[in-house]
Design a protein around this ligand. Structure first.
Ligand code: GAF
Length: 386
């Protein structure tokens, strides 16, 4: 894959590129909490996008999407949204860099990888942050890592139309091999936890139901959470986000809420508490307790936050009944994509087999499964990242 991308770059642009690796992510727990200023616990994984990049001494950039066999060229003097949807992830980041005052010279880029699209593994953040890192490197812009993360998130807002939180770009950029990272999405303080799961594996079960965050309910959920905050603010001016809300506060004002808004808020408040408790489980080396919180997270996402779907519920339910599974839940924005499962290594083959057969019987679709390994965040290929 890497070699093919480099060869294509040389064939198209006739020079030696710099090579950047940009990973997808999993999130162990803490879903739909990032845009509520809460906590998340993601990690970068070995599903990646590679970029071959070099300056081209023009005022344009030429880009080749390796997996789609499509090429496009854009003038850097007029960066705006394009009809070519893949190009918007690149254009969005360039627009942010220009907005921040960086004058970008022309460059060529070939990119491609193996992050399944629409599977909830953040292929879009991988493209945004991978390009940001690459340009920062080849043009020596000295942009701080957190600023690259924020530029990626803004690109998502302005060029992809999804008002996403900061988790995906953060995990992509700050991921650390064999660690999960707890991010406080308000203060942006973060802490790495060794994810020592020698006898277990992170298994992703891909429903292949393609979620489209933009056309789905994602932006609606954000608004519902804001409505909850506005209501509670009337009673307590300290409440700036659902992060500041306790279950007791919610219960005390339940009668004032529309039932749907109440459920949404309850889920977020409980999920934030679960992330903190799950991190405590990691400190106690209690992976079984950690897994129980993953099951509870799914219940909340299914019933209170209502971002799951029949296929995800089916897989999460089946996994819960399996003795080799410590925890399972839907992951990411929802409405499709993957479940994340913590599966005992000795039961891995049987688990995969069982899930695949059952999914085939129920939905007449061949389940895709991936064993995810936790890797370092975006960096140069062939050098130590970090
Ligand atoms: C998507 C978003 F991009 C993230 O910011 C996050 O909100 C996630 O859905 C849900 O936890 O991946």
């Amino acid at each position: 894959m890497i070699n093919d991308i480099v060869s294509k770059f040389k064939e198209l642009y006739e020079q030696e590129p710099v090579l950047v690796r940009s990973p997808g992510r999993v999130n162990l727990i803490g879903e739909h909490t990032d845009y509520n200023n809460g906590f998340v616990l993601p990690a970068a994984i070995n599903k990646e996008v590679y970029f071959a990049v070099a300056p081209n001494n023009t005022n344009s950039f030429r880009a080749y999407a390796f997996d789609l066999h499509e090429q496009a060229e854009f003038r850097l003097s007029e960066v705006k949204k394009s009809d070519i949807s893949w190009a918007n992830y690149l254009l969005g980041v360039i627009a942010q860099m220009q907005k921040a005052g960086y004058q970008l010279p022309g460059f060529d880029v070939v990119f491609g990888g193996n992050i399944p699209l629409g599977a909830g593994l953040s292929s879009s953040a991988a493209i945004e942050c991978g390009l940001g890192f690459a340009l920062n490197y080849i043009f020596q812009l000295h942009i701080e890592k957190f600023d690259l993360v924020k530029m990626g998130q803004k690109a998502e807002h302005e060029f992809a139309g999804v008002m996403s939180g900061i988790m995906d770009q953060f995990a992509n950029t700050f991921g650390q091999k064999n660690h999960v990272v707890k991010l406080d999405c308000r203060s942006l303080e973060y802490q790495y936890y060794p994810f020592d799961i020698t006898d277990y594996r992170i298994v992703l079960c891909d429903t292949q139901v393609k979620h489209s965050l933009a056309s789905s309910e994602y932006n609606t959920r954000r608004k519902e959470c804001e409505a909850g905050v506005a209501l509670l603010q009337k009673h307590n001016a300290q409440v700036q986000s659902l992060r500041d809300v306790t279950e007791a506060m919610l219960t005390a004002h339940e009668s004032e809420f529309e039932p749907v808004i109440y459920k949404r808020c309850r889920y977020v408040v409980q999920e934030n508490n679960r992330v903190e408790a799950a991190c405590q489980d990691l400190e106690n080396n209690d992976l079984a307790a950690f897994g129980q919180k993953m099951f509870a997270s799914h219940q909340g996402l299914q019933h209170d936050y209502e971002v799951s779907c029949r296929e995800l519920d089916f897989l999460a339910d089946l996994a819960r009944q399996d003795d080799s599974v410590l925890g399972a839940r839907m992951m990411g924005g929802g409405f499709g994509g993957c479940t994340i499962n913590l599966v005992k290594l000795s039961g891995l083959d049987a688990f995969t087999q069982k899930m695949t057969t059952a999914y085939q019987q129920e939905f007449a679709v061949t389940l895709k499964t991936y064993v995810a390994e936790i890797v370092d965040g975006t960096g140069l290929v062939g050098q130590l990242e970090g």
